[in-house]
Write a protein that binds this ligand. Structure first.
Ligand code: PGA
Length: 260
């Protein structure tokens, strides 16, 4: 079992096109490629096209932060996964900001996951509990509901290729930004893998990459990546700083090399 480590930068609604280009240029200078690590950048929708022409595709892949589940039609203001086909390799789906600010339902997330897969874009499905849910001991139930509904229409083969990001909402910098203890996160990551195994079997569960996200920075990256079921990280705030983000990537390389 050798799941390729995935480091995803979620720039959220930050950086205009020229700022995105500048950050990308800086990252390209600082970061060297490694065959066992994939780096994915999720800039604003507007910056995707220009960045796709500028980036070193051996080193970086692109992701959209969201897209609509219909392929085309009278959906003013929306961009579809089918329009992004060929431009991005990955698509973030069901991020907590979308579920909370834009009231994305379980059904919408499910349709977006399916639309991404249909258009050859690997969904990075975000799931995670709120603080009240955690305090009420409902984490497993929430993860189960969000996961099973989102992958409901996928075949086992499709499930084996998706990425799941466990992002406890209380740990995300935009919300409470409470510091999670890396060791405490393994339980949820393992629970997610077990759920996949229950639904699609051991072979599929061991293929699926599961990321952790929630205020990850260059200081705690190794603690998260050392968890048994953690195959990478989804980084928000720290990914906007090229020193921080390149240190995160560098530390991930060091860990991989030490295991090779
Ligand atoms: P954060 O964001 O690293 O700023 O907490 C993570 C995310 O929202 O994906």
């Amino acid at each position: 079992m050798n799941r390729k480590t995935l480091i995803v930068a979620n720039w959220k609604m930050n950086l205009n096109v020229s700022q995105s280009s500048l950050l990308m240029h800086r990252l390209d200078k600082k970061i060297v490629s490694h065959h066992n690590i994939e780096i994915v950048i999720a800039p604003s929708m507007l910056a995707l096209q220009p960045l796709s022409k500028e980036i070193n595709h051996q080193k970086f892949s692109l992701a959209c932060q969201n897209a609509y589940f219909k392929d085309e039609g009278a959906f003013t203001g929306e961009v579809s996964f089918s329009m992004l086909n060929g431009l991005v390799n990955y698509g973030i789906v069901g991020h907590s900001a979308r579920r909370i600010y834009f009231h994305e339902s379980l059904e919408e997330v499910r349709d977006k996951v399916k639309a991404a897969v249909r258009n050859d874009i690997v969904p990075i499905l975000c799931i995670g509990e709120t603080k009240p849910e955690r305090l009420a001991d409902e984490t497993s139930q929430v993860l189960h509901d969000q996961l099973t509904s989102a992958i409901y229409h996928l075949t086992s083969d499709e499930v084996s290729k998706i990425v799941i990001a466990y992002e406890p909402i209380w740990a995300i910098s935009t919300f409470d930004g409470e510091q999670s203890k890396p060791a405490d996160m393994q339980h949820a990551l393992k629970f997610i893998r077990h759920q996949i195994e229950d639904l699609h079997g051991y072979d599929v569960a061991k293929e699926v990459r599961i990321l952790y996200g929630g205020s990850v920075d260059s200081h705690d990256i190794l603690a998260y990546l050392s968890l048994e079921d953690c195959d990478g990280v989804l980084v928000g705030a720290a990914s906007l700083n090229y020193e921080q983000f390149s240190t995160i990537v560098q530390k991930a390389y060091t860990l991989k090399y030490s295991k090779e």
